[in-house]
Design a protein around this ligand. Structure first.
Ligand SMILES: [Cu+2]
Length: 461
């Protein structure tokens, strides 16, 4: 198999793809919380935070944003009190200002009948868009601006023409001439002011454009069955690197390769970084066809991002056997993953718990569960048109490498490790960003085998 390949189509969207909200399930001391953080679209802007407590004796939640790493993490501003919903006492809401782009954490302090507890949730905050002005507002402002400009010119003309006349006197030709001259000068000044104002505004908008998040660009190439992914920075801020990645369960990149157009085959692979911004991997056996790539990375400051691309195989790859933590599916084994769907269905922007369980060939709960890369399960939520991709674990959508940097995890590293028996049933906290058809790819491991199953969900508006 000689050089086959390539098509790089990077979609400019945030960490995860098209799914900026953060979903997290964890304990603040004795209180289990389901946390949803909707970061602002523009920076500075406000993040919306919704927290559901499954403990009825939680009385107060205080929220503080701090950077995830560095000195800023040590100096927290005064916490904000989250508002308790009067109709639903276990539901709390808050908003927090995010003043700069970067890797943040929302620190949650809980107080209740059983004492106090703390939890931190990492949040990548980036400018995702420039807000466009409403058309009606634009029209109204343009009309008002024209009236204002015309007013300046006519006031200047009236002053030149009539300010030195007796009341009731008619202006003579010299005054009329002076008025015309003054109005011409005033018009020139107004036009110059509008022109310079527009230049200034455009310069500001361009500066902000540089500030809008652009993911790293990934260019794949395949030679003799070996995939090479080269990262490059399309220009976003000045501080981003392409070789400062943190390992997440021993892997710098978690790569999903999904067959197109039907998303009916998937591979979960772990390329090695062989040079700055260069990842390589021997591909397993794969049929000819087109494939989408989603590679999850976490920068040194805990900022996660997902690179996206595509490649095409002109002929089937004989491929290398799967090794290590690599896996493929769906798997045709006797054990299977069951999706316990919410009978009420799923709605866009509504956080939910997605429940799955592994059953043996008799339909009984599997009793030979193992952790797969430190987790009882892994899931990828993919919109059929590929505009959304989110890699989620039972703890939520936050990568472990980011979570390990939070204040609580730094103080108590054991909290990140799974304790006790691994349950054959799991639940993923997630919320679809928009309605439409989605596919969920779920993986669970038992007796050395990684099972993979796929489920379709139609998400209502
Ligand atoms: Cu995973």
């Amino acid at each position: 198999m000689r050089a086959l390949l390539l098509l790089a189509a990077a979609l400019p969207l945030a960490a995860h793809v098209g799914s900026p909200d953060v979903f997290f399930e964890g304990n603040a001391g004795p209180y289990p919380l389901f946390v949803t953080i909707r970061p602002p679209l523009v920076i500075p802007g406000t993040a919306e935070i919704e927290i559901r407590s499954s403990a009825p004796d939680l009385t107060e939640l205080r929220l503080t944003p701090t950077p995830l790493t560095g000195d800023g993490a040590k100096f927290a501003p005064t916490p904000d009190l989250a508002q308790r919903d009067p109709a639903d006492p276990q539901f709390f809401r808050g908003t927090l200002w995010m003043m700069a782009s970067g890797s943040w954490q929302v620190r949650i302090a809980a107080t209740g009948a059983r004492g106090a507890g703390k939890l931190s949730v990492p949040v990548p905050a980036v400018a995702q868009a420039t807000k466009q002005m409403d058309v009606p507002l634009g029209i109204i402002l343009a009309i008002l601006g024209l009236i204002l400009s015309a007013g300046v010119v006519s006031i200047a003309g009236a002053a030149a023409r009539e300010s030195q006349l007796e009341p009731g006197a008619t202006p003579a030709p010299p005054q009329l001439r002076r008025a015309r001259r003054t109005m011409a000068i005033a018009s020139a000044i107004v036009i110059a002011a509008l022109y310079l104002g527009n230049l200034w505004w455009t310069a500001e908008a361009r500066a902000y454009d540089r500030y809008i998040f652009k993911p790293l660009t990934a260019t794949p190439a395949i030679t003799d069955g070996r995939l090479r992914i080269e990262l490059s920075d399309p220009g976003w801020l000045t501080t981003r690197k392409i070789d400062d990645f943190l390992p997440d369960h021993g892997h710098l990149m978690h790569l999903y390769v999904v067959s197109l157009p039907n998303l009916d085959r998937a591979w979960h692979l772990h390329p090695d970084m062989t040079g700055p911004g260069l990842f390589e991997h021997n591909l397993p056996a794969m049929p000819a066809g087109r494939y989408a790539l989603y590679g999850d990375l976490v920068h040194e400051n805990g900022f996660p991002e997902t690179i996206t691309s595509e490649f095409t195989l002109a002929a089937a790859l004989p491929g290398a056997p799967l090794t290590g933590d690599d896996s493929a599916g769906p798997t045709p084994t006797a054990a299977r993953i069951v999706f316990d769907r919410d009978p009420a269905g799923y709605r866009a922007r509504k956080p939910a718990s997605f429940r799955f369980r592994l059953v043996d060939e008799h339909g009984a709960p599997a009793r030979d569960m193992e952790l797969y890369m430190g987790m009882p399960a892994h899931a990828a939520f993919l919109r059929r048109d590929r505009s959304v991709f989110a890699h989620v674990h039972p703890g939520g959508s936050v990568p472990m490498a980011s979570l390990a940097l939070t204040a609580e995890a730094q103080a108590n590293p054991h909290m990140l490790h799974h304790m006790g028996a691994i349950p054959p049933e799991v639940s993923f906290p997630y919320g679809f960003p928009k309605p439409g058809p989605y596919r969920i790819i779920v993986q669970m491991k038992h007796s050395g085998t990684v099972e993979m199953a796929m489920f379709d969900v139609e998400v209502a508006p």
